[in-house]
Design a protein around this ligand. Sequence first.
Ligand code: IPE
Ligand code: IPE
Ligand code: MG
Length: 246
Amino acid sequence: MEGDLPKHVAIIMDGNGRWAQTRHFGRTLGHHEGAKRVDEIVSECADLGIRYLTLYAFSTENWNRPATEIKVLMGLLVQHLSALDKKLVKNHIRLLSKGQVDRLPGFARNELQRVVDLTNYSDPKMSLTLCLSYGGRQEIVDAVKALAQKVQDGKLAPDAITESMITEHLYQPDVPDPDLLIRTGGEYRVSNFLLWEIAYTELYVTPTLWPDFTLPELHKALDTYQHRERRYGKTSEQVVSTPSAP
Ligand code: IPE
Ligand code: IPE
Ligand code: MG
């Protein structure tokens, strides 16, 4: 039996460097080719009626890469955002960012903010979240700091802290947890992505490198998801009789 499409898809877009290196090109070319796939996947997800798409573009750990590669990635981000804005407006897609964006160079931060402001729709067709300078542990630390401040101010008792309060203090509290997490590039790890949010997300790892992740690859991932049984700790029999999240 085929289930519903995921409402929220998150993607770890990995493998740009290897894609370029196997062709004896510099890693930069892999990032350029990868940026093209972003465009295609964004349009297709919106057309399919997926409501939320979250893309891991740059992690807190990626700051440890060579300065030259970071420079290329930041330049590419700006170049890409300047071209993407028309497509987002045309398709009524809202852009959100997630991460410590104040660590980005000013020119990248400004361009990001421009497109976020430009697409600030109250009824978007799809919300596209770019994770930039993002770390899942840092996101949890920042949520804990905000709650600790409330405790210190006497507005919150430690005993009253709940899971939903942590969720409410994440960077984008209105975006629901992902239903499907795709990782390209074949690594079986989450690399500090959405640690809190993926508690019950379905995982899909493909050896396909991100620049090769074309639309048929996306459809394959979605089809796999539609054949999964999400049990949330229950038995299969329980889920079949009441097929909904807790
Ligand atoms: C993903 O591709 C892009 C970023 C992490 C910014 P990589 O650059 O990590 O490519 P590989 O994993 O080295 O092939
Ligand atoms: C994960 O890829 C981060 C992004 C895709 C932005 P990495 O290439 O940084 O992950 P590791 O280092 O292989 O875990
Ligand atoms: Mg990588």
